[in-house]
Design a protein around this ligand. Structure first.
Ligand code: AKG
Length: 294
């Protein structure tokens, strides 16, 4: 078997589904921590949420208002030092189970990994859909602009780790290597039948790593439980563009205070280095703006 079977799939399809990466005990610990986190967020007591019906950051949060009042579809900043269960999420984020796959996908070692984002995508308070998009290339891009951006190395790996069954992510396999077809360009944002689209079907404990510039969308049902950890890790070769993608979420304000005391020695060494590299990248990239509008 190829030593790079995950990377081969990612390169070919734009995503790779890896079954059962959690032990039953890890799954139940993460479910408990997530349920408490979501309760906190739905009650309006966590300021970092994905607000309905907004698709992309910045999220619609009025100073002094209840951030969850209009409904939410995600909770941001699981590693934030003020979040009661952050140590459970920190432990999962920096675990070898995740980092070893990322190192294969980025063809690098611990010394080149960069800490990025860790959020949770949840059952929305009402049914909600995301438009077709690539995370870091606007829909207004010409075919030439798309191709130019898609040819650049990814410099990061992004994943969804499902704690309950999840089929809400919809992708067009192979679309990470080519410009949109005329049909894709003409398709309305919520078009149901884009040729070749597939639902990524995950069981509890499965993880999918995907190129975030694959053409994708999300379709979420308010009656179906969803707790899907949504993370990314970078590579120190990454550029200002990647810094924009990470820092647009505001992580720079608290990353120095993330508590690594729950980690074992090897994980802690990895985490310390990853955080240092993120801070350095932030310092060097200045004001970064936002990638998408909407
Ligand atoms: O819900 C998902 O799995 C996809 C989310 C997504 O596309 C995004 O956050 O840009």
């Amino acid at each position: 078997m190829s030593k790079t079977k995950y990377l081969d799939s990612l390169n070919r399809d734009g995503f790779v589904l890896i079954p059962s990466v959690l032990t039953p005990e890890q799954l139940s610990t993460l479910r408990r921590a997530s349920a408490e986190t979501i309760t906190l967020a739905r009650s309006g007591n966590w300021p970092y949420v994905r607000t309905l019906p907004k698709q992309f950051p910045p999220w619609n949060i009025e100073p002094g208002a209840n951030p969850a009042a209009g409904g939410i579809w995600g909770v941001q900043f699981l590693m934030h030092p003020s979040l009661p269960n952050s140590s459970t999420f920190v432990k999962n984020y920096f675990s070898s189970g995740i980092a070893d796959v990322v190192k294969e996908l980025l063809e690098c070692e611990d010394e080149e990994l960069v800490m990025e984002l860790f959020n949770i995508l949840i059952r929305p308070d009402r049914d909600f859909e995301l438009v077709w998009h690539r995370d870091d290339i606007p829909a207004t891009a010409t075919a030439e602009q798309e191709l130019e951006r898609l040819r650049e190395p990814a410099w990061h790996a992004q994943w969804n780790l499902a704690l309950y069954e999840d089929d809400s992510l919809i992708v067009v396999p192979g679309s990470h290597t080519r410009a949109r077809t005329q049909v894709e360009r003409n398709a309305g944002p919520f078009e149901k039948e884009i040729p070749g689209e597939i639902k990524v079907r995950m069981k509890p404990g499965d993880v999918v790593f995907y190129n975030n510039n694959i053409l994708h969308r999300g379709a979420y049902v308010s009656t179906k439980e969803r707790m899907t950890l949504h993370g990314s890790m970078g590579h120190s070769g990454g550029s200002r563009l990647r810094a924009r993608n990470v820092l647009q979420h505001g992580i720079g304000e608290w990353v120095e205070d993330v508590d690594f005391s729950a980690l074992d020695e090897a994980e802690r060494k990895r985490a310390d280095g990853m955080r240092e590299r993120l801070i350095k990248m932030g310092r060097e990239s200045g004001d970064v703006g936002y990638s998408l509008e909407g």
